[in-house]
Ligand binder design. Structure first.
Ligand code: GRF
Length: 223
């Protein structure tokens, strides 16, 4: 990529789209050489679609419910993504498991954010599970996507220390504030050609990451 290239990003959502919003805000602030070329939801009612509309972004629904066969849905989504000619796919609260074919097609070019300190707590209900287990720390992790769920190589994570008596919504709110820091940061690195994934290894600024970069919430002030 040359210095003038702007990365073409497609964002996949299912819900509220606060991570989408954080990315829109960073791009609008001029802090990364990237454009969102399309937002795709699998649910027509996803509030993130309204955020996309408000930002003047091309937005689409590939409605999972309207397909009888899973393979038809997968094909429709792949066609939509292909039409966008996206260079990076950003999963931002996308709650559907992508087909292995689609994941492999975008190997090294697809990022996800998962609300746990991976490899702990892949899957759903991570906040409740971490609280029930009496964990001291929780957080969120940005990782490259591989066919295995929530298992791809990690890039950056945000950690918070769980407070005594903390409820699930309280913990979730603190972690999500951090997501809005680390996800645009990772996407910005990728757009600036600083981040890549080769043979399952993550490289940042020419250095192989042995473990993800870490941002800790410190006394409510984010580094
Ligand atoms: C995020 O917290 C992310 O960790 C998870 O889904 C949530 C989506 O939130 N994958 P939003 O739609 O970006 O607000």
């Amino acid at each position: 990529m040359n210095g003038h290239h702007r990365l073409r990003i497609a964002v996949l959502i299912s819900g509220g789209g606060t991570n989408l919003q954080a990315l829109i805000d960073h791009i609008d602030a001029g802090s990364m050489p990237a454009d969102i070329v399309g937002v795709i939801s699998d649910r027509p009612g996803a509030y993130g679609l309204q955020r996309a509309a408000r930002a003047g972004l091309s937005h689409h629904c590939v409605d999972y419910q309207s397909f009888g066969e899973r393979t038809d849905f997968d094909r429709a989504l792949a066609d939509k993504l292909g039409g966008l000619q996206a260079e990076l796919i950003v999963l931002a609260g996308y709650m559907r498991i992508l087909s292995a074919t689609t994941v492999q097609q975008y190997a090294g070019r697809m990022l996800n954010i998962h609300p746990s300190l991976l490899p702990a707590y892949p899957g759903l209900h991570t906040y409740a599970r971490a609280l029930a287990a009496g964990e001291q720390w929780h957080g969120s992790t940005v990782h490259f996507v591989i066919p295995e769920l929530d298992a791809g190589p990690a890039v950056i994570r945000y950690r918070v220390r769980i407070r005594p008596g903390e409820t699930e919504p309280e913990l979730q709110q603190r972690v999500q504030q951090g997501e809005h820091i680390i996800y645009p940061r990772a996407i910005g690195w990728y757009a600036a050609d600083r981040l890549c994934c080769k043979q399952g290894q993550v490289w940042l600024d020419g250095r192989q990451l042995r473990e993800p970069e870490t941002v800790d919430e410190v006394m409510g002030i984010n580094q």
